[in-house]
Ligand binder design. Sequence first.
Ligand code: HEM
Length: 180
Amino acid sequence: MNLKELTMEQHRDAERQKFTSILMSGKIAPASYLKYLVNQHACYLALETHKSFKLPQEKLKRSDNINVDIAELNEDLNIDIDNMLTVSTIEYVSYVENINKKDDFIAHVYVRYLGDLRGGQMIAKKIPGKGRYYDFENPHELANSIYQQLNDDMAEEAKKVFQFATRLFIEMYESMESEK
Ligand code: HEM
């Protein structure tokens, strides 16, 4: 087994969410995608500014690119992006801050950054704006830098990361419904 197989059920769960269909439809409202990005930014910033652990490669970092996307979308939308964080994001940020084992940290890197390097490339074609979030220099090398640090014992932590990501998808869908 490898981490991909060990977390297949959790990946499928994320893919089955209603928000996923909207994200992949090519028709997501820019304001909804902006909210998603603001939440993603908080999650990535927590990982990228961790007090004890570093990403395998500096160039994996996404928070600056996500900020560029936020600024691009918000040029037209002019939405106040303060107070856009969902409950799961707030919990995730504090969860990440409290990680104290390197392997746990790497499990988060696996789920987030390898997800962006793989499935993210499909999402990039469907969303509003230029999608700098999904632009990686030397994606092959960056993916390898993650693979080199993985082991199957990271599966339980990786499942938790998928669950946080799925909760955000649920919150996104619920907030879009409530704004209809
Ligand atoms: C939005 C819906 C999603 C779609 C359409 C999608 C699609 C994909 C695709 C096509 C792959 C490549 C599979 C392969 O290599 O055979 C992939 C891999 C991956 N995705 Fe997703 N994905 C989605 C959501 C997510 C989420 C929410 C996460 C976690 C936050 C995630 C994490 C991953 C990871 C870690 C991999 C790499 C697996 C590996 O090679 O070990 N995906 N995804």
